[in-house]
Design a binder for this molecule. Structure first.
Ligand code: ZN
Ligand code: ZN
Ligand code: ZN
Length: 360
């Protein structure tokens, strides 16, 4: 093994959203953060009193769908008992001076990811994960079709209390809103700007960089080697159609993104074959994170091209992806106040540790 890596202290600009930057500070004295405890996992298969467990279907809010439709279900989708948005009362949009409100119209659904109470994502079969992401696709499609005011349908998962997970039974959520979430909107805007200048997709460019194993920068005057960049060091996992990358300017220490290798803007266009490969890459990535972190609390978010006429012409510049954000430390006042995230593990080291995990 090589010597301990040199401490890094640099501000890295997010290539996709240049207004976002992260301070990568790995020196011991630069660790102002408190560690978040690993999630205490409820590993039970079945819990008599859990409304999400098999046999307790009468305890949940009304069912929207189940997979497979007959017999014992593997995935079940129900209405959210405490929706953050609802469609029961219609109110019109309101503007007064600088105050502007949009009706809090929307849909909020809960996906019971698996019939088994405490199963972790990496313990599910790849076939099951593909079915889960296929179920997201069905719901996203139907929610867009149900109301043309819907601009975005976000599928996400909170796992562990630090990530906002309040129900122990494994589940994820879908929220349909009349506004596009800011994170997605900024990505759409910046990738469009990049496309206008460079005539290609920035996400595809990042994938190409990740797949370039080594780059050497030479001095213009002398021709001597100025810096060797080992770009392939950001790849965590690779399938036939998908790649898991540790972003160079990650906000979270163990953040990993999964993207289709071939350009695709809209998640709804992913074929069953695509989802089968995606599921395998996700399952292996989660197994790597679990092995390194020992029970991570995490969120994942599905980012795809928003719907509506004004978004259609972003299909060449935007590229769908899943962002996995393990919560290993508590954000400091500095981070919350400045918006500058501090990452205390170098993304290069994190990727190397994740890659080094032996999986079958
Ligand atoms: Zn349960
Ligand atoms: Zn692309
Ligand atoms: Zn994103």
């Amino acid at each position: 093994m090589s010597d301990a890596p040199k401490p890094i202290r640099e501000i890295r600009i997010n290539p996709i959203v240049p207004t976002e930057s992260v301070l990568v500070a790995t020196a011991r004295g630069m660790r102002p953060k408190k560690a978040e405890a690993p999630a205490v996992r409820d590993t039970r298969h079945h819990v008599e009193t859990c409304p999400f467990c098999l046999g307790n279907e009468h305890m949940t809010p009304p069912q929207i769908a189940r997979y497979p439709e007959q017999q014992d279900w593997a995935i079940r989708i129900v209405e959210n008992l405490y929706p953050v948005l609802g469609d029961d009362q219609q109110q019109s949009n309101f503007s007064f001076g600088l105050q502007h409100t949009i009706d809090g119209y929307g849909r909020h659904e809960v996906i019971i990811d698996h019939a088994q109470h405490g199963i972790a994502l990496q313990e599910m079969s790849a076939q099951h994960i593909a079915m889960l992401f296929g179920a997201y696709q069905d719901r996203i499609q139907q929610l867009y079709q149900s109301d043309d005011r819907i601009r975005y349908v976000l599928a996400f998962k909170n796992f562990g209390p630090a990530a906002g997970g309040s129900i122990p039974h494994t589940h994820s959520q879908i929220i349909a809103t009349p506004v596009v979430p800011e994170n997605v909107q900024t990505e759409v805007t910046h990738s469009r700007t990049f496309f206008a200048k460079n005539h290609h997709c920035i996400f595809c460019a990042l994938i190409d960089e990740a797949l370039t194993f080594e780059a050497t920068l030479y001095s213009r005057e002398t021709g001597e080697v100025r810096r060797k960049i080992n770009v392939g060091q950001y790849v965590v996992e690779r399938g036939q159609k998908f790649i898991a990358i540790k972003p160079f300017a990650s906000r979270y220490e163990w953040e990993v993104h999964i993207l289709p290798l071939q350009h695709q803007a809209d998640y709804l266009r992913a074929s069953p074959e695509d989802l089968a490969d995606f599921a395998r890459v996700l399952q292996r990535t989660m197994a790597r994170l679990d092995a390194v972190l020992g029970g991570a609390q995490y969120n994942y978010f599905l980012h795809s091209l928003p719907h509506g006429p004004s978004y259609a012409d972003n299909a060449a510049s935007y590229h769908w992806h899943l962002e996995i954000c393990p919560r290993t430390s508590i954000p400091t006042g500095f981070e919350l106040g400045s918006g500058l995230f501090v990452n205390t593990v170098s993304p290069e080291d994190a990727a190397e540790k994740l890659r080094a995990v032996k999986l079958d």
